[in-house]
Design a protein around this ligand. Sequence first.
Ligand code: SF4
Length: 457
Amino acid sequence: MNMPQKEYMNRQEDTCFRRGIRITLNKKGEDIYVKSRHPVKYGCYSEIETPEAVFQFNLNNEIVGMQGQQDNWPSSLEWLKRTTGNDWVYYSTGGYSGTYESFGKDFLTEPIHFKIPSPYNEIYKAIGEYYVPNFSYISNSVLGVDPFNETSVQNLISSWYDILNTSLQPSCDFPEPFASFINEVLKITPQILQDRANKLFNIIGSRPSVLPPDTRHVDYNVIPLSLSEGCIYKCAFCEVKNNRPFSTRTASEVEKQIEQLKQLYGHNLLNYNAIFLGDHDALNSNKDFIIENAEKAIKQFGLRNSCMHGCSLYLFGSVDSFLASNDSFFQQLEKIGCRTYINLGLESADQATLDYIGKPISAKQVIESFKRMMYINQEFNNIEITANFILGDELPPEHYSTFFQLAREGLDHPQNKGTIYISPFFSTMPSRSMLFYFNQIKRLSRLPTYLYTIQRL
Ligand code: SF4
């Protein structure tokens, strides 16, 4: 049985200190996702602080975050987050030293020069967030260094459970409800967390190899619900595709998933306000099926009663499924009352580039999709269509000129919707050069333009 929001929100924060350990129950972080220059905790959680580290736990008493406290921890601004797929993701400032800016060049006798330190500038310009998520698996990121090489990070990942076990035993030194909380925390071993992640992948059919880039707006905290699997193109260049042909789930399969997900997420459902309708082209499903299941899932998961304000839906679409979606579908989507993001893999408006990367669509379809994206974004307040394009040194110059015809010459003023995510195409180009070219594209684009960070569930 899940905890009613009111019951949890009425609980007072409570702290206990024993043997140099602090335990705080019923903590409440931000209740709205923000773009912050400082580390932020979201939703309802509890915290344990030992001399080695600070640990956060969700409403199921599963560990969800930690930060080393010893001198060798890379930065007091950086931390580790555990995802529902049981990955540890390291949030870093990107290792940049900051930029130098001048003020008053034309009207002060002596212009003021100052430094804007990281993470206040480059990272935000590149990915739209103040922190770079770093993964222990291969991704496409061109930013920062690898924090998983740091001994302090490796040690905390491998020994967090032992640290807690050693520090917290015997739990009877702590009064209630702290002693019970400790017992619950220690029951959930790293193996149990891995089993729960595997159970999640079984419920939804498989592990999503990539989340829509727009899920960054909720710090990638989405409940996955598979409406379909596979995609219709199987592009040669794509490293996240699966080999399964596109197929749609039945209504009863989706209903079963919702029930099982509710059980698995348990009390911690209260911390979620977003759903990822999977997987690679959910928009290619029957349109009534999408609307019905989105509404059902929002209701069943209780997203409107979440600790986190607002509610959002994320899905991927293809050129074909997008062009086949009529206005009436978007009107129904708009009426759901959630913010919906649909991400399209357009990749290039140049036919030679599409052929080179093995994407079986035409430049004409890409141009048509881009124009329809602008139209939908203008007509519907709660919907944002976003698009992915590639960047690479071996692509023909026409790839870039056709991009600017759409994202610059085709628009008479800068827009705040229709985000473009640039994916580095496999290449020998060093990260720094890639960033240089990305910055040129970003400067000329009249749409919000960021690097696409591929994160799995
Ligand atoms: S880019 Fe999208 S459509 Fe193409 S293979 Fe990958 S997942 Fe499928």
